[in-house]
Design a protein around this ligand. Sequence first.
Ligand code: URA
Length: 482
Amino acid sequence: MTALQHVKLGTYYVVNLPEPDDFDLWRERARALVQCDVPPDRIAWVAPGGNADLFSHGERRMPVPPADASEVRANKRFVSLSKNGILHSDPERFALLYRLLWRLQANGRLMEDKADPEIRRLEELDKNVRRDSHKMHAFVRFRLVEDEEGAEHYVAWFEPEHHILRANAGFFVRRFANMRWSILTPAGSLHWDGERVTEGPPAQRGDAPGGDPMEDLWRSYYASIFNPARLKIGAMLKEMPRKYWKNMPEAALIPELIAGAQKRESTMVDAGSLDMGERPETLEAIDKAIHACRQCPIGNLDNHAVMGEGPQDYGKGFSGLMIVGEQPGDQEDQAGRPFVGPAGQLLDRHLERAGIERRAAYVTNAVKHFKFVQRGKRRLHQSPAAKEIDTCRWWVESERQIVQPSLVLAMGASAARAMLGKTVSISKARGTPIPLADGSELWVTAHPSYLLRLDGAAQEEQARLFDADLAAVKERLTELAG
Ligand code: URA
């Protein structure tokens, strides 16, 4: 009997997927089923842990598509959302993906339908998985142990919510290429020996070691970045759910820091640093809030807030790069967009030379309003004070948390201060990445308007250094994209 006869007879197919995260195998099976015209309600997708016996009447041999079967249509957006969606722990995910693939054959523009409940569900799966990966990048904490030969080995325990372990191997290999490490989880483990990744069986918390001196470093780092004026317990729990605390040495400090927060907050308010409220959860909310922000005197000048711009979603053309400048200038203030004036045009030329696509980066500023003094008809740029940058850090940090770049390029001292909370020397900091607490990295370089103020040999020299910094950023972005 041919596959098409099977289908006509109402054959029910049982598709076994030996791995819960194997997109390629799902795709291969789904293509064949579509080409054999098998409707979604005639398929049971069975992944590990699923009960294949429930479908004992089903056909386990895959149908073979006829030689003249037409090509299966699947657009980029479907593939990119599905690659993440398949990592979700929802057992219904394979069937959902198949239903969408089935519908895509009849409607090539299906993925544009924002109101479609199945598309919305797929977007939700994608979002949950990205969030879980982000948490893994941020909250995996390695403990140092010695193996039998006395060699150093770093071991971490992590409990992901979805099947993200294998998909994130590349991230940890790139970030910790020079360490030998293992990440243990209840669903499996990963080991890196400096050359190869191997997979191991599920582990238990007790298989991972307890504390070590690295933790002191994390603790003091965390205490130094903890901002009592920003303390909103609900928001903190959302960002750093309690279940991760036990693996994170710095979390031991949380009760103590909360207890001391009120006292520190009143000191900060005295010192001029104010509570900005709940952290906004969308870029639209930040945009709205910065227009109303009067936390420092710059917002009271005759100007407009300028929001960052660019994609924020890896599946939708985001390269993972966030570029931070100082503050909008006169032209940016009028256009309501960052980096459109002379410094922006110079930046564009250098980015192009380095092969960095500005459209694929999120571009923003440390300070959201233009600070100036009026001289006749002209508005002359004034640098923001450290206190003003520190107040505005709230917004750029909120943007960063939403955009989740893998690499931040801070241009100039104000941008570097906004990202680090302290002043650094550009000449010392440039060229070497600075790790940020969420696992992303900060690269520091000069501001393009510094180049505009120079001429002759000095300008040539600074342009050369700027190009070298951008070339290094481009190389690193390529590496991070794996
Ligand atoms: N300089 C900046 O720092 N940002 C802009 O948006 C424009 C000029």
